[in-house]
Write a protein that binds this ligand. Structure first.
Ligand SMILES: Cc1cc2nc3c(=O)[nH]c(=O)nc-3n(C[C@H](O)[C@H](O)[C@H](O)COP(=O)(O)OP(=O)(O)OC[C@H]3O[C@@H](n4cnc5c(N)ncnc54)[C@H](O)[C@@H]3O)c2cc1C
Length: 502
């Protein structure tokens, strides 16, 4: 017995989940609903939505480490986390038109010249290339379609009924599910909050991660780039840890993100030589401990650094750059940092020190840089999930994945999807095996066979037949409460109970 899976969000997490399922001949129906477009129709301007979601037009840097992004190793342990991320990297390789062009940067030693001021995080990063993501997307999409996955494009999910197991969309569509995979990413952050509020989901609070996107000519950083293309400088004290985040080089462009109606910044790099601008950009992000209600605090801060409906740009010497399409990056230029200092409530000093110390280790940098304010990683309070399959503790057939579960990155988001799919596969194997044996004749004679198996439990046959709906519900509730059966059987009972309660 295979259950119908609805995946909300054709992003990195959802697509990897579907791929794992079809690769393993999952027999249930798989439907993916996304408010964006398929990879053949998705234009460059749609940075966050459509096939592969925000990963579709990202820089395509697949970090292969549990040091950054999400809490994968907390859920499944270090070894399993690495194995899951490897599967995601392999998928990108598998659908890449020129897999031989994927570059691996794998720095192994911290260079001496940064040591007095910074640490350098060392781990492998696979560089897929933004330009290739388009082609990867098309082949990957074609594969999933050929395997029977049904896609609903330009369809926004507007509500979900966890009790009736129905997803409601604009255009009056609705879809029933047995299992729901919820992977709406950052572009669906408002919707995620709505759903969490509606169902009063228990959450885990997260520290704030906020800062700026720093940009400068690449030549100033070349010495470090030669050692680590996507270098990650870091430092920390008791209260604040800082790191450079998501470094882009060669053809590096600053990208505007829109979250909660405000602008913030990120970056991406093109592979095609035609786009080379010899710039470097990276986030300088702070994680601050001890902020009460960090999510609310970060949102208020972001709101304060908006002017003319966009974020801010400051530089002692430079002008804002253009996007890869030659349009000015949307940002209001400010002459001094007063408004930024005010919004950051004393914490901007950390960023200022970070920049000043970079000037010491990269002596040509001087005043030849600019910052786009803010860059933010909204670590919204994360719903509490069961670690083994990322299902909600209150609704075990609803799985949160990717950035909707604070993944922050392509490999981690994809790994979430893969993990959920693995659990669904093992569950459906277990149920199928159980059903195969459930009605088989036992070693005793048929006459003596007075028992019939229900939901993995044995009960006198006559007894079962006499149960009316209310008795059956009570019986299931008791069995679920007493936890005498295996996990998958209890899950089957929960599903049956839900159906009876509809
Ligand atoms: C410019 C940029 C560059 C980046 N570069 C990198 C990088 O180089 N390396 C890296 O590791 N990470 C990078 N990231 C982050 C990475 O892309 C995300 O962490 C990752 O894509 C998250 O995957 P996801 O599946 O959770 O969500 P997404 O990939 O964002 O997908 C979510 C999908 O859900 C859909 N959706 C949202 N709400 C709804 C709704 N209500 N109804 C229907 N559909 C909905 C969206 O259309 C979208 O397609 C970058 C992000 C950006 C914006």
């Amino acid at each position: 017995m295979n259950k119908d899976v609805v995946i909300v969000g054709a992003g990195v997490a959802g697509v990897n989940a579907a791929t794992k399922l079809v690769d393993n001949n999952y027999q249930g129906k798989i439907t993916i609903i996304d408010m964006g477009k398929d990879p053949y129709l998705r234009p460059y301007e749609e940075v966050m939505t459509g096939f592969l979601g925000a990963g579709g037009w990202s820089d395509g840097k697949l970090t292969y480490s549990t040091q950054i992004g999400g809490q994968l190793s907390k859920y499944v342990g270090e070894d399993k986390a690495m194995e899951l991320m490897k599967q995601v990297v392999d998928n990108f390789r598998r659908f890449h038109p020129h897999p031989e062009q994927i570059i691996l940067s794998n720095p192994t030693e911290e260079p001496e010249f940064i040591k007095p001021y910074f640490g350098l995080r060392l781990f492998p990063v696979w560089h897929i290339g933004t330009d290739y993501l388009h082609e990867i997307g098309k082949s990957w999409y074609d594969y999933l379609v050929s395997k029977g996955v049904e896609f609903k494009w330009e369809t926004k999910v507007t509500d979900i009924n966890f009790y009736k197991q129905v997803v409601f969309c604009d255009k009056d569509h609705h879809h029933s599910y047995d299992t729901l995979i919820f992977g709406v990413g950052k572009s669906g952050i408002d919707f995620t909050s709505e759903i969490m509020k509606k169902y009063d989901l228990p959450t885990e609070e997260k520290p704030a991660q906020i800062g700026v996107r720093f940009e400068a000519p690449q030549k100033h950083f070349q010495k470090l780039i030669d050692i680590a293309y996507d270098f990650k400088l870091y430092r920390k004290d008791d209260k604040v840890s800082l790191r450079s985040f998501c470094t882009n080089n060669n053809a590096a462009y600053v990208a505007v993100e829109e979250t909660y109606g405000n602008h913030s910044y990120n970056g991406h790099a093109k592979k095609d030589e035609a786009f080379r601008n010899n710039m470097t950009n990276f986030g300088i992000l702070m994680e601050i401990k001890g902020i009460k209600e960090p999510f609310k605090w970060a949102r208020e801060l972001v709101n304060k650094v908006q002017e003319n409906s966009t974020g801010l740009f400051y530089s002692p010497t430079r002008e804002p750059s253009t996007t890869s399409e030659g349009i000015d990056v949307s940002a209001t230029k400010i002459e001094n940092l007063d408004v930024v200092r005010d919004a950051f409530q004393g914490y901007y000093n950390y960023i200022e020190d970070f920049i000043n110390d970079m000037k010491k280790i990269f002596p040509t940098l001087k005043d030849d840089w600019g910052i786009y304010v803010p860059e933010v990683k909204y670590l919204a309070p994360e719903p509490l999930v069961n670690y083994e399959d990322l299902s909600l503790t209150k609704y075990p057939n609803v799985h949160f994945v990717g950035d909707a579960l604070s993944a922050r990155g392509i490999s981690v988001s994809g790994a979430h999807g893969t993990l959920v799919a693995e659990q669904l596969l093992s569950m459906s194997d277990a149920i199928n095996e159980f059903l195969e044996h459930a009605d088989k004749q036992g070693p005793w004679s048929e006459e003596d066979d007075k028992i019939h198996t229900i939901g993995g439990l044995t009960m006198p046959k006559e007894n079962t037949n006499k149960l009316n709906k209310e008795e059956r519900k009570q019986y299931l509730k008791n069995e679920i409460h007493n936890k005498r059966s295996d996990g998958y059987i209890i899950k089957g009972m929960k599903d049956e109970l839900k159906k009876l309660e509809k």
